[in-house]
Write a protein that binds this ligand. Sequence first.
Ligand SMILES: *Cc1c(COP(=O)(O)O)cnc(C)c1O
Length: 518
Amino acid sequence: MNHPAAGLPAPDGTLDPDDWTALRAQGHRMLDDMFDYLASLRERPVWQPAPEAVRHGFREPLPHQPAGLEQAHARFMREILPYAVGNAHPGFMGWVHGGGTAVGMLAETLAAGLNANLGGRNQIPLEVERQIARWMRELFGFPESASGVFVTGTSMANLIGVLVARTATLGPTVRREGVASRQSRLTAYTSSCAHGCIAQAMDIAGLGADALRRIPVDRDFRMDPRALRAAIAADRRAGFTPFLIAGTAGTVDVGAVDPLDTLASIAAEEGLWFHVDGAFGALAMLSPELAPLLHGIERADSIAFDFHKWGQVPYDAGFILVRDGELHRQTFAADVAYLSRETRGLAADSPWPCDFGPDLSRGFRALKTWFTLKVYGADRLGAVIARTCEIARHLARRVQTEPALELLAPVALNIVCFRFRAADAQTSDRLNAAIAIALQESGIAAPSTTRVNGALAIRAAIVNHRSGVADVDRLCDAVIETGARLAATGHAQWATRSISDNPLRDALDPAIRQSCFP
Ligand SMILES: *Cc1c(COP(=O)(O)O)cnc(C)c1O
C-alpha cells in the first residue's frame, strides 16, 4: 500500500494519521516556519494587499477529497501568512493590536492539542483560569468574592458588565420578565470618546443605544465630572433610572484616562454601577510608574480588559472581572438538567465559567495567558507596557520638533495623533488620509486614522512589544516624505494613484519592495 501524505487519516475510520512519524516531521516543519516568521519579521513588509488571484483561490467549492497536510501547509505559507494584517510586525501601529509572542504561540498549540472545553466540569484547566482570576483580583485590589472569566474581547466583556449592572438594578427577575416590563427606562453614562461597543452593549442588552448618554470631555479628552452629574440629575428629573457609569482607562482614539476616582465617587453617591472599559489601558497596572494614572480603578464594580492588546497574549483573550461574583453568577447561571452539578465525579467543582457568561463551550484562553505571565513575569510585562509609552512620547516630541507636522492630542499613554500640515482643513483631511494609505501600502509602517476634534489624524498606537524608537522614527520620516510628495502633486491624484506609484516606493529595501510591489 502507498504511504499516504503526512496527516492523511488512517484506514481505521478515525481522523488520526496513518503515519505518526511523518506527521511529527511535518509538524516540526510547520512550527519551524512560524519560528522563522517571528524571527525575521523585520525583513517583511508590515502589510501588503493580497493579489486578486490569491483572494479568488479562497472561493473554491467544498473539498470532498483529502489533500494532505503538506499541501495545506504550503498553501498557508504562500497565500495566507503573507497577507495577514501584520500586527506581529514592529512597524504595525494601527488601531490597538497586540504583537503576540512565540511563547503564547506555543501555549496555544498545547491548548489546541489538549482540546479542553472550559465551559465547566472537574478539571485542572479550570483551575488555571481561576488562577488568572485570582491574579487579576490581586492586581486590581478586588476582594476574594470577585469573579473573573475569559471572553473573546473587551466588546464582550463590556456587554457582560452592562448585563450584570442591569441585574444589580432590576434584580435577576429581569432575565425572565425583560426590560419592557419596567416602567422607568434605565440610562447609562460614558464619555463622548468611549468605544462604540458600549453603545452596542446597551443595544444588545435591550436597553437601547439612545439610553447611553455621551458626556462631554475636557481638553485632555477625559470625561467631565460636572457634566456627568448634570446629566444624571436631568435624567432623574425626567423620570429615567440612571444605573451605570462606564469610565474608560485608555480611550481608543487618544489613550485618555477618565478621572476614575471621581467617577467612582459619583457612582457611589448616586447609587450607580461603576464599570471601567480598560481594554488596553487597564494592564498599565502592571507598571509601577503608570499604575497611579489609573487611580480609582480599584473602586470599580467591574473591569473589562484584554490580554491580547498590551498583555501581548495571542488573540483572543478578553477578560471581565466583577467585584460581586455572586451577582455576576445570578446574571447568567441557569438550571438545566444536562448541566446539573454533583459533589464528586466530572460534574463536580461548581460554579463553572458557563455560569458567568453566555458561552457554554469555551477554549483554553487561560493557558496562553498563564504561560505569558509565568514565563515573562508581571514585572517584565509592565516594563514592556511602560516602554511603549516612552516610545510614544519620543514620537510626540519628534512630531513637535518637525515643522511639517502637528500634534493633535496630548499623549497620556501610548497613542500619538498627529498630521502633516496643509493649507486648510479640508485639504488636510484628504492629504492625511492619503498619507496613511500610502504608508500602509508601502509596507514600511501601518498607522491608522481617526478624528480628533473633527480633524483627521494619523494615529500611531504603540502596543507591540517589538516596536522601537527606530520604528516610530521611520514612520515619522515616511509621513514627512509622503506628505511632501503628495502635496506637490495635488488633490485629484491622491485617491486615484495606484500602489505602483506610491511615493514611498523608492524608500524601501529592495527585497521588501519586491514583495510589496511585485
Ligand atoms: C479595543 C477596545 C475595545 C474593544 O475590545 P475588543 O477586544 O476588540 O473587543 C473596547 N474599548 C477600548 C477602549 C478598546 O481599545
